[in-house]
Design a protein around this ligand. Structure first.
Ligand code: ADP
Ligand code: MG
Length: 249
């Protein structure tokens, strides 16, 4: 790959605006995320964090502006959109596994359908990924038979099975019992250490301090602060961020 190609940001959002009716939920978002960067998105409820993630994956259409993944504009629909979705893995608060498929089937489905892997390739890859997230022994079970932490790790394995270029996490530990939060954060920390480009909406400040290269603070649909975790936690610039940190720390 040429040097110029590696300089292309993995995510580029330019002048992105999004409305729900008269509610302006994303306001003139300008964001470039370089390859390998881990970005933690913080902000109060309703500030637009989920909408930002969903826009990047095109689960939510935008009203104006542009979004590029690895230099390619987001396609509107069809086969190209399926390919884009395969490049951008997403993990949600509510694990969103297919309830009537086994854990292994959850992980092999995308590679079989979208990546056109053979059944044995897909199974072998699922075995490796489930081992990597520490639930190889759960592969024949159905999601409801797993703990929340195990289900979320299965959801991460399912996303990774598509060999994404970027991983988006929208409050991946918020629905978990406290004792299961770390098993999911550990998997995410490992991914970050391996150089995955990640955008993570979370309230886990320990993760933000430890794993993030960069913190975005969203407020009322705007990126109100964009800084390093050190800067953000020790010297937030805006009153809105100070107020937010005062409530959660
Ligand atoms: P956050 O994830 O930061 O809590 P969201 O992105 O979910 O914020 O929501 C931003 C704003 O958009 C909120 O005011 C929310 O109520 C509103 N909103 C989100 N989704 C929809 C929708 N599908 N229709 C209408 N309003 C929505
Ligand atoms: Mg949200």
């Amino acid at each position: 790959m040429s040097e110029a190609a590696t300089d292309v940001p993995m995510i580029r959002m330019s002048a992105v605006d999004k409305y729900f009716g008269s509610l302006h939920v994303l306001r003139d978002i300008e964001l470039e995320v370089p390859r390998g960067q881990v970005v933690v998105v913080l902000g109060p409820s309703g500030s637009g964090k989920s909408t930002l993630c969903r826009a990047i994956n095109r689960l939510e259409p935008i009203d104006s502006g542009s979004i590029e993944i690895d230099g390619k504009p987001l396609p509107a629909e069809g086969r190209e959109l399926a390919q884009l979705r395969a490049d951008v893995g997403m993990v949600f608060q509510q694990f969103n596994l297919f309830a009537h498929k086994t854990i292994e089937e959850n992980v092999t489905l995308g590679p079989l359908k979208v990546r056109k892997n053979t059944a044995s390739e897909a199974r072998e890859q699922a075995r490796q990924l489930l081992d990597r997230v520490g639930i190889a022994d759960q592969s024949a079970k159905y999601p409801a038979q797993l703990s929340g932490g195990q289900q979320q790790r299965a959801a991460i394995a399912r996303a990774l099975a598509m060999k994404p270029k970027v991983m988006l996490f929208d409050e991946p530990t918020s629905a978990l019992d406290p004792e299961m939060v770390n098993e999911v954060l550990d998997v995410m920390t490992g991914l970050a250490a391996e150089g995955m480009t990640m955008l993570v909406v979370t309230h886990e400040m320990g993760f933000a301090r430890k794993a993030a290269h960069r913190v975005l603070f969203m407020s009322d649909g705007e990126v109100a602060e964009d800084s390093t975790p050190q800067e953000f936690f020790s010297a937030p610039r805006t009153d809105r961020a100070k107020d937010f940190l005062g409530k959660i720390l």
